[in-house]
Design a protein around this ligand. Structure first.
Ligand code: AOF
Ligand code: ZN
Length: 380
């Protein structure tokens, strides 16, 4: 019937504008931790159908929330507008005033938001403030996408640790390299470029000390005009072995570097690192001489990180998977074949070890490479 068709049309319109709010939120990813990167837009109908009159994305901590920026951007048009927000507007006096009250005060007549804020200071209260202020509220438009956009925030609140994305590259036959062959190009230049763009959206990049000793990585975003979007580099290094001459330590004064060590690491190594401007995070839990990974993630949570990308190596990957600490595993699969003497992605195990516990999905083609996503079956 005509009524039903109108519903579908309305839903499509809401989804179109929520997608716009999501795209603003993405711009804030990696720069708002410990806060979620929220996107907001305001629309208004001047007679020819709704158009965007204001937009905003969460600023770094201490700065404005998305809704307040969108209201300011809309100016006089905020009155009577519809707001699309990826996350439930906040209800609390934190570093900023409550967005729900700001929306009421601005005279916004309808608020559409993607998903409830699991933060107990907000959960359901933002909605209540809006409704009591006479604002029409619609919830759950593109909810899955909105939850994914703030998954680091959800992980902080529900698991009290950052969302862990593990990223690896394997050959066509599932190896990360060849024994005794040194550095082997596994994925294509296009895939590596995509990884840099993905880095720019993360709060931090984490590697094990083995990877630093082997590759001397920079862990920065090397894309034109994007250097300032480099995430926080972090090294898990129980014995504080990271060389003072490594690129990461050399860049520590300007880029900052966090090194997670065990409390039995040699004192002289620790003070040498601190003299170079490295932030040393001491962990008093050790297992087999290595920092306990769950405790290391706790420490990163305490330092405010909400979503991290782990870039290797095999040992760290294996440890995280074994302890069920990986929320998303991304595998770039290249076109070359390693054949004999191949090194497996998780030390003694290959990708088939994930068969039972993970759902596997082909995300996309990246040039000739394939990008696969594995997500744990039992997780939000
Ligand atoms: C919103 N809009 O853009 C964000 C929200 O410390 P504060 O005052 O900045 O508050 C942070 C909390 O507010 C955070 O934990 C989360 O619950 C919510 N984030 N809310 O209405 C935003 N970033
Ligand atoms: Zn807010």
């Amino acid at each position: 019937s005509g009524h039903k068709a109108l519903d579908a049309k309305e839903r499509a319109e809401h989804e179109r504008f929520m997608a716009a709010a999501l795209s603003y939120g993405i711009r804030a990813k990696g720069r708002t931790w410990p806060n979620p990167p929220v996107g907001a837009i305001l629309t208004k109908d001047f007679g020819d159908g709704p158009v965007i009159v204001g937009q905003g994305a969460t600023l770094p901590p201490g700065g404005s929330h998305a809704e307040v920026l969108a209201i300011k951007d809309a100016g006089e048009h905020a009155k009577g507008a519809t707001a699309y927000v990826t996350l439930e507007p906040c209800a609390h006096y934190g570093r900023t005033g409550p967005c729900a009250r700001a929306l009421v005060a601005a005279g916004v007549s309808r608020v559409v938001y993607g998903t409830a804020d699991p933060n107990p200071a907000v959960a359901g209260r933002g909605k209540k403030i809006l409704e009591e202020g006479g604002v029409e509220v619609l919830i759950g438009v593109l909810e899955k996408e909105c939850r994914e956009a703030v998954r680091g925030h959800i992980s902080r609140i529900l698991n009290e640790r950052p969302f862990v994305q593990l990223k690896m590259a394997v050959s066509k036959d599932g190896y990360i390299g060849k024994r005794g062959a040194g550095q082997v190009a596994i994925s294509s230049p296009l895939s590596r470029q995509l990884v840099h763009a993905m880095r720019a959206q993360m709060d931090a990049i984490v590697v094990g000390i083995g990877t630093v000793l082997e590759d001397d990585p920079e862990l920065s975003v090397r894309l034109p005009g994007m250097a300032h979007r480099s995430p926080q580099p972090v090294v898990f290094d129980s014995q504080a072995r990271i060389p003072l001459s490594s690129k990461l330590v050399q860049n520590a004064e300007s880029n900052s570097l966090w090194v997670v060590i065990g409390d039995n690491a040699p004192d002289h190594r620790v003070s040498a690192l601190e003299r170079e401007g490295v932030t040393v995070i001491v962990n008093d839990c050790l297992r087999n001489g290595k920092v306990c990974l769950d405790k290391a993630l706790d420490a990163l949570y305490m330092h405010g990180l909400s979503q991290i990308m782990v870039e290797g190596g095999a040992e760290l990957a294996h440890g995280l998977l074994q302890q069920d600490l990986v929320d998303e595993l991304l595998i770039f699969q290249g076109t070359s074949t390693v054949g004999s003497d191949g090194l497996l992605p998780f030390g003694f195990e290959g990708l088939e070890s994930l068969q039972d516990g993970y759902n596997k999905q082909m995300l996309r083609h990246v040039g000739e490479d394939l990008l696969w996503r594995y997500t744990p079956k039992e997780r939000f």
